[in-house]
Design a protein around this ligand. Structure first.
Ligand code: AP5
Ligand code: MG
Length: 222
């Protein structure tokens, strides 16, 4: 079967994780979230986790060379044989080059790659992130816009929810700045290729999903 790669772009808090989980389920592809993978390393207190924590808690990017091997390893798992949904990767020019090199053989043999931009305003994002509650299984909640059924407990796996270290207002502001400077320029490539699907990330969660689903259908991806 030809592989499909979907790369979800968007500022911190734009809803990448929220929509990527739905897409992964719908498309029967794994969600490869570098943020979630790194947080799992932090929890294990692995050597990579210990180094990554220093960058993540300050809202800085983890160095490219640390991520490359990590992503290759994830893509070798059996569940990625038909492709993957990337959330939060790539974020730098070097990471994008690396990713395109890795997926090129699949694209030459009938595979396809598209990017999605969840376009949210900084104002909407700042209002949201204080209320985010996360689960180690990848599920994301919000006290205002998506509360869990039982306070503090994940609907999907029953684990305790936590507040991310990098959701403090000062760190959020730095992450947003970094996104505009380092990651937003990567969209030019996808736009020029005619492979960028843009949705309004300021709308409610279900509305974003409907717009995304509709546009992916039109593009023949769903
Ligand atoms: P990562 O975990 O990827 O963080 P991020 O990109 O900053 O994005 P977020 O996870 O904060 O937001 P999201 O877009 O997923 O939004 P969510 O769905 O949660 O990365 C964390 C750190 O790891 C980085 O800062 C860096 O240090 C490191 N890292 C990761 N990848 C890296 C890479 N490739 N290179 C180098 N370093 C890397 O939604 C946010 C909240 O809003 C939730 O509460 C949600 O319920 C709510 N919500 C979502 N959509 C809506 C909506 N439409 N309306 C109202 N509320 C909504
Ligand atoms: Mg996320």
């Amino acid at each position: 079967m030809a592989k499909t790669f979907l790369i979800i772009f968007g500022a911190p808090g734009s809803g990448k994780g929220t929509q990527a989980i739905r897409l992964a389920e719908k498309m029967k592809l794994p969600m490869v979230s570098t943020g979630d993978l790194l947080r799992a390393e932090l929890d294990k207190q692995s050597p990579l986790g210990k180094i990554a924590k220093k960058y993540m808690d300050k809202g800085k990017l983890v160095p490219d060379e640390l991520l490359a091997e990590f992503v290759i390893h994830r893509l070798k798992k059996a569940d990625a044989r038909n492709g993957a949904i990337f959330d939060g990767f790539p974020r730098t020019g070097e990471q994008q080059e690396f990713m395109l090199r890795r997926i090129r053989p699949a694209l030459r043999t009938g595979g396809r790659a598209f990017a999605v931009l969840i376009d949210s305003s900084d104002r909407a994002i700042k209002a949201r992130l204080g209320g985010r509650r996360a689960c180690s299984c990848g599920a994301v909640y919000n006290l205002k816009t998506k509360p869990p059924k039982r306070a503090g407990i994940c609907d999907l796996c029953g684990k305790k929810l936590y507040i991310r270290e990098d959701d403090k207002p000062k760190v959020t502001a730095d992450r947003l700045k970094l996104y505009h400077k380092q990651s937003e320029p990567l969209l030019d490539y996808w736009r020029e290729e005619g492979k960028l699907i843009e949705v309004n990330g300021d709308a409610a969660i279900d509305e974003v999903w409907l717009e995304l689903e509709g546009k992916l259908r039109v593009a023949g991806i769903l």
